[in-house]
Design a binder for this molecule. Structure first.
Ligand SMILES: [Mn+2]
Length: 311
C-alpha cells in the first residue's frame, strides 16, 4: 500500500510537480520525452535534451507572474522516455503510437525532443483526432527538403513530411535552400512561410500568422527558432531569431485566437556547464501548458468559460 511522500521528497518529473498532480489518470496534460538523435546533420546531442529540460524544469516556480496563476492544478504527468530505435521513420512511428494512446486517453500531449524528425509522428496522431487541424511550425530552417542524406525522415525534412498531412505555416525561417523555396512557391498557398528577416523589427507578422491558420492548431517548435544569443544549445544554430518576450507575445496571440490541440518542443542540445538555455526550454514548455490548456484572462478557453465557442 502506497503511503504519502513526506514533504522533503522532490518528485523527479517535469516541474517537480507533487505526485497527486502528476498522476496519469488525473492529469490533463501528458509530457512525452523522446531522447532521439540519429539524423542530425551538424552537431549531435539532442538525445540529451529531454532529461536536461526536465531537470531544469524542477527549479521553476509554479506561480506565473505574467498570467497571475499557477498551472499545475490541471495535472501534468511526465511519462517514461520513448525508447530510441535507429531508423528515423520507425522512430516517428513509435512516437505516433505513443501519442495515439495518450490522445485516446483524452490527454493534451506535449512531446519533448530529441531531434525534430519525431514531430511527424505526433502530428500524424493528432491529425487523426483533429482532421481539420493546421500545423504552426516555428523554426530557423524550412525543413522542406524531400530528402536529406538519403533519408526522407531526416530532421531536415520534417516540415515537408508534415505538409503532406496538413496545411503548414512556417515562422522564423532564415535558412532555406532554393529547392525548398521552389517547393513552397508551387504549393499554391498550402504552405505559408514567414521569414525572420521580416519579423525582427515589427510584430505585425503575428496577426498575419493568426489569420493564416484555422481553428485547430498543432504547434511544433524547433528551439533554433530562438536567437542564438538566448538559445545556443541547438544542433544547427542560425543568427537572427526570436527573443523571449516576442515568442511569449506570439504564443499568447495564438492561445487567444485558436484551439491548440497539442505541441512539441524539439532540438534541445544541452551544452555542459551552460544550463540557462535548458531553463529557457523548460519555462517555455511550462508557459505554453498554461497558455494553451488552461484559461487565463483573454484566452479562448476563458471565453469558453463565459459561454464562448469552445467546450
Ligand atoms: Mn531547425
Amino acid at each position: 500500500m502506497a503511503t504519502k511522500n513526506p514533504h522533503f521528497y522532490i518528485p523527479f518529473n517535469f516541474g517537480a510537480i507533487p505526485h497527486e498532480l502528476a498522476d496519469y489518470d488525473k492529469a490533463k496534460v501528458a509530457i512525452l520525452p523522446v531522447p532521439y538523435d540519429a539524423t542530425t546533420t551538424y552537431q549531435p546531442g539532442t538525445r540529451n535534451g529531454p532529461r536536461a529540460l526536465i531537470e531544469a524544469s524542477r527549479c521553476l516556480e509554479f506561480y506565473d507572474e505574467e498570467t497571475e496563476r499557477s498551472f499545475t492544478w490541471i495535472g501534468v504527468c511526465t511519462l517514461d522516455e520513448v525508447e530510441a530505435v535507429d531508423d528515423a521513420e520507425r522512430m516517428a512511428g513509435r512516437v505516433y503510437e505513443a501519442v495515439k494512446v495518450l490522445l485516446d486517453g483524452n490527454k493534451k500531449v506535449v512531446v519533448i525532443g530529441g531531434e525534430h524528425s519525431i514531430s511527424s509522428g505526433s502530428v500524424k496522431a493528432h491529425k487523426e483526432k483533429y482532421p481539420d487541424m493546421a500545423v504552426l511550425h516555428i523554426d530557423a530552417h524550412a525543413d522542406m527538403r524531400h530528402e536529406l542524406a538519403g533519408n526522407r525522415f531526416n530532421h531536415g525534412c520534417v516540415a515537408r513530411r508534415i505538409s503532406e498531412m496538413c496545411p503548414l505555416v512556417s515562422v522564423g525561417v532564415r535558412s532555406i535552400a532554393e529547392e525548398e523555396m521552389e517547393h513552397i512557391r508551387s504549393s499554391n498557398g498550402k504552405i505559408r512561410i514567414f521569414f525572420a528577416k521580416d519579423m525582427h523589427d515589427s510584430n505585425s507578422w503575428m496577426d498575419a500568422v493568426v489569420k493564416s491558420l484555422g481553428e485547430n492548431v498543432y504547434i511544433t517548435i524547433d528551439l533554433d527558432a530562438f536567437d542564438i544569443s538566448i538559445m545556443p544549445s541547438v544542433g544547427t544554430p542560425q543568427p537572427g531569431g526570436l527573443l523571449w518576450y516576442q515568442m511569449l507575445e506570439f504564443m499568447k496571440k495564438i492561445a487567444t485566437a485558436k484551439n491548440v490541440v497539442g505541441f512539441d518542443v524539439t532540438e534541445l542540445m544541452p551544452i555542459p556547464g551552460n544550463n540557462a538555455p535548458n531553463v529557457l526550454a523548460a519555462k517555455l514548455v511550462y508557459k505554453l501548458i498554461g497558455y494553451f490548456f488552461t484559461s487565463f484572462p483573454g484566452s479562448s478557453s476563458s471565453a469558453a468559460a463565459q459561454g464562448g465557442k469552445k467546450a
